[in-house]
Design a protein around this ligand. Sequence first.
Ligand SMILES: Nc1nc2c(ncn2[C@@H]2O[C@H](COP(=O)(O)OP(=O)(O)OP(=O)(O)O)[C@@H](O)[C@H]2O)c(=O)[nH]1
Length: 832
Amino acid sequence: MRRDDCYTTQLIDNNGEFNASGLQDFVRKIKLADCGLSYAVVAIMGPQSSGKSTLLNHLFHTNFREMDAYKGRVQTTKGVWVAKCVGIEPCTIAMDLEGTDGRERGEDDTTFEKQSALFALAISDVVLINIWCHDIGREHAANRPLLKTVFEVMVRLFSPRKTTLLFVIRDKTKTPLPHLESILKEDIKKIWHAVHKPDSLKDTPLSEFFNVEIFALSSYEEKEKKFKEEVAQLRQRFFRSISPGGIAGDRRGVIPASGFSFSAQQIWKTIKENKDLNLPAHKVMVATVRCEEIAKEKFNHLTTDERWLALDEAVKKGPVLGFGRKLSSIIESYFKEYDTETAFFDDEVKKAKRKQLVSRVLEFVYPSYVILLGHLRSKAFENFKKRLEQSMNDGEGFASAVCKCTKTCMLEFDQGSADAAVQLANWDPSKFREKLRHDIDRHASSVQNEKLSGMIASYEKRLTEALTSPVRSLLEASGKDTWASIRKILQHETETTISKFSVDIASFELDQEKVDSMVLNLRNHARNVVENRAREEAGKALMHMKDRFSTVFYHDNDSMPRAWTGEEDIRTITKDARAASLRVLSVLAAIRLDEKPDKIENILTSSLMNDVVASSSSKDKSFGPSSDPLASSKWEEVTVKDTLITPVQCKSLWRQFKAETEYMVTQAITAQEAYKRGNNWLPPPWAILAMFVLGFNEIMLLLRNPLYLVVIFVVYLFSKALWIQMDVGRAFQSGTLGGLLSISSQLLPSVINLLKRLAEQAHGHTNSQASRPSPPSVNSRSFRSQTLYSNHTNTILEPSAVTNVESSVSSNVDSSSDSEIEYSSPSAGQAD
Ligand SMILES: Nc1nc2c(ncn2[C@@H]2O[C@H](COP(=O)(O)OP(=O)(O)OP(=O)(O)O)[C@@H](O)[C@H]2O)c(=O)[nH]1
């Protein structure tokens, strides 16, 4: 070991300024912070130029400045200096103080003497007090004020550190040491008693504050060798000085080495401010500051720790397996470091600061935990959604699928959150769990609503489809038992659907109340379908009535189309057709789903059919306003809701119906008359019989001579051709005289024309004949019949077609037909 390894540093300069940076540098160089409590501080006090530096340098192999013997007794040590004792274990710091009675400083410097003495006593475990041997027992010796100072400041330390005062007697004489010791101790006692003390310390013996030891050295200048030998002996006392029995074995209130620098600085600051130095409080203060510093340092290291940064980054991307274990390992390594570094500080303080550190660290890493729980929550929620869908696809019941999936996903989250837990933190994942549960419940509820809506919609659609066509068909048929049949169908379809629905809904495990409400809705829906259909059909009541009229009017009881041959009783047929139409109106007038009896049909029949009868006998006769049961806007015993066509509307509809069907009746009558006229063209049977009896001889003559027959046949053909050519029937429609005149004027041209054509035919020119329209013939009657029969399918004939038919039927149609055709046009359009 070289003397340079002692790193001598001025701690306090002669102006009283503390060299904090110098001390920190010194502490760093001698690695004092690593020593914990295993270090000692030795200070030396004594008169100026009493060989203090010389003693320290020999004792600890330091290199404090010594006075050059040739320059005389001038002050060399100014302020306070520190150096590491070389080769001493444990680490020992030597502190050289400015001399106490230097000539240069004068009386004013007593303050600095006191301050430096207090400083030395506050931080040192051993204080060497250098005294001249010849001063012992002397009343005005230089050591007396020094000791007084030491004791006075000692009292101010509040709590004694049990410092060892090692009196080093310099330049020992032949006086035996025990004698010197007793004189010195007597002196010390006197001085201690003389020191002003607080009442609490009045009777306290000096030994309570100090261990007093005395060591005598030969003169360095005169007996150097002896001096060195004695110093070497003294040096041995400083090895293992802090161990029990060592020179500083009794010391108290040691500041941990890592706090030495700060502690020394604070003590000097307190001393400079001339405040009382409360060492226990100071110790707590140092512990507080140092523990805080250490905690801060550990926290800062954690924030830049690569393991932590990697973990934090990974968590941002997704769930991390073993998060809690990994994080615990990282943060606990820093707590361990803290524990190690603060091991020697005040227990209370270090625990409090550790708590703060733990809390700060946990607060710092908590967001990462939150992110992780967020991942776990969303992952569990996504899994729930997928699993639920899968279970539903596999045909599992909704409620049991939800229950099973919820259980699985909550367990998954619980395991994840347990894995993410940091034991030290005791973080509560319940909020995330609750949120997950809430999300799951909300999703399940939404899926349930969706499924239920779909299911209900499907059942409603099924009901609509099952009811619409039959109800429409029944209403269109509108018979006596229409509403009974509708009720039967409604009940059957409703009950069938509800029983299937009940089976399906069971898998949702809903409250009975909710199921009942859904069933009721389905029933209402079914009823609404029927009611809407009825309303729709009621809106087309006129059309249905006309259809029914047309059906009954144009077909016989065997549903065969009628031919108006003249034998039909058009009046009865019309009445039947109207009665059938009236039944249609009666059926469509109100909804009868509740099976309540009503008198609608009776009222309608009595009011409208009687009206027909009445009007047929007396057109002007009508019900008075007061006696008309149809002069009302509601039916008796039928609610407004169930009313489809009010009595007044029925009356109006009937009027319109009658007006629009009148044309059919008129047409039928016309057709019947036309048929009759068409058949009257032949001679009556009695005339034919008379002709046969009277012309018997002529007939026989013809039969005997077939040539006559040929001639007659040719004449017949010629006459027939002329008949057709001249349209004789039509000519006589306007009267016999007019017909004769017309025929006579056309006869000759027609004969010529006919002969010309025959001649052309004879020459093979047949083109002109091919292009001519077919002549109206007897078929015209059947055409007319066909056209009229077509009314059954098309309801009403086109006016133009009717006109053509009428013209082809010839003169049997009078002028009133035209007016009827025109009248029927709107209804024909409507029927289309
Ligand atoms: N008589 C005598 N002189 C000594 C002894 N030890 C050192 N000296 C001398 O005393 C003088 C002062 O020595 P220092 O070690 O500088 O004394 P000091 O107490 O450190 O001086 P300051 O720091 O200035 O107060 C030097 O000339 C030394 O040679 C000793 O044991 N006896």
